[in-house]
Design a protein around this ligand. Structure first.
Ligand SMILES: *Cc1c(COP(=O)(O)O)cnc(C)c1O
Length: 423
């Protein structure tokens, strides 16, 4: 979808904020998010879906409170996968009644917190989880509203590490066992069956696997009703892919996705919910970094930047492709030599891009790694004792630091020295 990172007067801007000036103010590297882009993505998606649908933003894509608050103001709910995400969603003002709890390993403490808050529903992924939830709910004198996450056994044709809809992944209850799982759930006094949930993976760029999954689930809903269950909700999951190539039109367009969902589910008689993460956040964020050195080897030229794989792990973990641009707009027709863009971390996989054509760059120049708003800062760590980088949210001409940079003192303060080593 459209984003609001564009060149103005020869400098890359986030909305109306110049990134060179922002870099001077906050230092590098830093994540920068655009409010207008988040809002646009949410509204385009919401506008494509059947009216009344719940959009439970997948908090794991970007859980910054300011991002959550921006989405909460638009009416977003949240899809959470941990007690921590539940706490953050509530703290950001997302109503409990719009929160869905997903994930294969919910603990009883997390279930208690969610029941206490009064969330919309649990997406239950296994029989043992169902038993635990029943026990927790009964002990609290409550009934937990649930959908079972059904694994439709379709191939989402995405990267293996984010493909979750095949029979051999750890996610969901196998399609062939769905009816017996619902029959069992119906016997549990602490459980209230409300619907069915399906999520087949992430960064899916083809509508066919979604359509195949929703069609199979539609058949299941009919048989579950025939079995006597009250199925009033269908959670369609997330997973819609985004273009990682700048200026590309998205594959598939959210409008096409919405039209397909509307067509396939029109006779299901269910209120729909969706759990988009990447679609909302990915192209609403960038990682700005400074060139430390240009190292000319015999075979290659390395652009060594001050961001590393600890700040943005997607290229190392998923072989993800991110567009990289110079913050200073290159003159039209200027040469584009090839660089291997690498970070300072002592790992060969600390590589953002191989043989990438970029303008002539030198030490001190700024680059922006695009489409870094989802699965970026949330997956960052402090490997190589590299402090976590700050996150900045822009809105029009305003900007605010929404997560400060960690200092070396912060890093040191995280550890403790046991008695026998102190003194
Ligand atoms: C990760 C995840 C999502 C979000 O996936 P995106 O690809 O970011 O849209 C939604 N639902 C569940 C259950 C997930 O695990």
């Amino acid at each position: 979808m459209v984003n609001h990172f564009q060149y103005r007067d020869g400098v890359l801007c986030a909305e109306e904020v110049r990134l060179d000036e922002l870099a001077r103010a906050v230092g590098t590297p830093f994540y920068c998010y655009s409010t207008a882009t988040l809002e646009r993505h949410f509204k385009v998606f919401a506008g494509a879906l059947p009216p009344g649908s719940l959009i439970a933003y997948a908090v794991k894509a970007n859980d910054n409170l300011a991002v959550l608050k921006t989405l909460a103001k638009l009416g977003a709910g949240a899809d959470v996968v941990s007690g921590g995400e539940l706490a953050k969603a509530l703290a950001a003002g997302i109503p409990a009644g719009k929160i869905v709890f997903s994930g294969v390993g919910k603990t009883k403490a997390e279930m208690r917190a969610a029941l206490d808050a009064g969330i919309h529903q649990f997406n239950v992924e296994s029989e043992p989880e169902l038993a635990a939830l029943n026990e927790v709910a009964l002990a609290m004198g409550k009934r937990a509203a649930i959908s079972l996450r059904i694994n439709p056994d379709v191939d989402a044709k995405t990267h293996a590490k984010i493909n979750t809809g095949k029979a051999e992944t750890k996610f969901g209850i196998p399609f062939v066992h769905a009816r017996e799982a619902y029959a069992h759930a119906a016997t549990l006094a602490g459980i209230e069956i409300v619907g069915v949930d399906v999520h087949i993976g992430s960064q899916i760029t083809d509508l066919d696997p979604f359509e195949a999954a929703f069609t199979r689930i539609g058949e299941l809903i009919a048989s579950l009703r025939a079995d006597g269950h009250a199925i009033s909700r269908l959670d369609c999951g997330g997973g819609l892919g985004v273009p990682y190539f700048h200026h590309n039109s998205p594959p598939p367009d959210p409008t096409a996705y919405g039209a397909m969902v509307t067509r396939v589910t029109k006779d299901f008689g269910c209120r729909l919910s969706f759990e988009p993460g990447r679609l909302i956040a990915a192209n609403a964020g960038i990682l700005v970094s400074e060139v430390i050195y240009v190292k000319r080897g015999d075979a290659k030229t390395f652009l060594i930047i001050d961001a590393g794989m600890n700040d943005l792990i997607r290229p190392a973990m998923y072989d993800a492709w991110h567009e990289i641009v110079a913050v200073q707009e290159p003159a039209p027709g200027s040469p584009r030599p090839l660089y291997d863009v690498v970070g300072p971390v002592c790992e060969t996989s600390d590589l953002f891009a191989a043989a990438r054509p970029l303008p002539d760059l030198k030490s001190g120049d700024l680059v922006a790694i695009l489409s870094a708003g989802a699965y970026g800062a949330v997956m960052a760590g402090d490997y190589n004792a590299r402090p976590r980088v700050p996150e900045v949210l822009v809105s029009g001409g305003q900007w605010g630091i929404v997560r400060p940079r960690e200092s070396h003192a912060d890093l040191i303060a995280k550890d403790r020295i046991p008695d026998w080593l102190s003194g």
